[in-house]
Design a protein around this ligand. Sequence first.
Ligand code: SF4
Length: 328
Amino acid sequence: MKLIVPISGGKDSQATLLYCIEKYGVENLIAVFCDTKWEHEITYKHLDYLVKKTGIEYHILSSETFDGFLDLCKRKKRFPSSQVGFCTTELKIIPMIDFVLSLEDNVIIFQGIRKDESRKRSQMTEQCRYFKFYFEPYLSNEMIVSQFNENPPTTHKQKLKLQKAVDRLAKGKNDEKFHTYRKKDIIEWCSKYADDIQRPFIDATADEVIYYSLNRQFEINKLYFMGTTRVGCFPCKNATHPEMKIIIEKFPETLEKLKSGEKYVGSTFFAPDYIPKRYHTGFDPKSQKTICKIEDVVRYISDKNVQLSMLNELEMDRGCQSVYAICE
Ligand code: SF4
């Protein structure tokens, strides 16, 4: 039996790692990190600190096809977007699946997922199977209709999606979708081994996981003290305006990384609808539409975010730069 803890350098996976060490003993655990080569240097340093201090067996997993995030985007000729999320699949999911299959043993994977992180995660359970969606659908027309029954569609796009699902169901088509990567290997692997998932902090709050580490004399990633709320690719394709505001104000080297990344890939990091069109200075001859370069995003956010500046001043007054008020 292999007990695996995927770590990201963030607070949730760190608390999960410490919990597992206390419960099972460090000698019985393996920590893994999926390296996108697009993380902040602070995160890489924090991972080193965590691995050295715990003494855990540690594996860094990376894509065998792509040399990290920028190489992936260069070869796809675009950056990922909230609609087209190939980065997670290529740089995290595939390396992790390959690793699990290579173990040829029963596994329990301990995930640092919490329900209050997002609506999607709020539906997750404390126990699950790692290869669940090879055996049951992750999406079907019935599921789409049921989701929209709970939260009625608000945008034109959502209404079209619902109508399409209803029309397909009327024709007797449920269009079930399953995961497919290495499907044959996985089905064979699962006939011999168990693929359990446990999420010990599923019902915990952000504060609880932070103090789980602090109370055990483990530092948390310093990025949290600089105003960030999550750790991972820096920035993530899903970075919000407040997250970009923090990058603009506190991480000039990351802005430079984004500018040179856009040149290297030959595309813009953010989709055109990330900021209003009047701020766009780029033009895509293929689509004949304007696009927003990173400089445009900086200009828009700097013009717009007076409120965020005020928030930062309030935080400064409180003496803590973290949204979690960790210093207090
Ligand atoms: S953290 Fe964001 S950018 Fe990185 S792999 Fe995940 S979705 Fe993609």
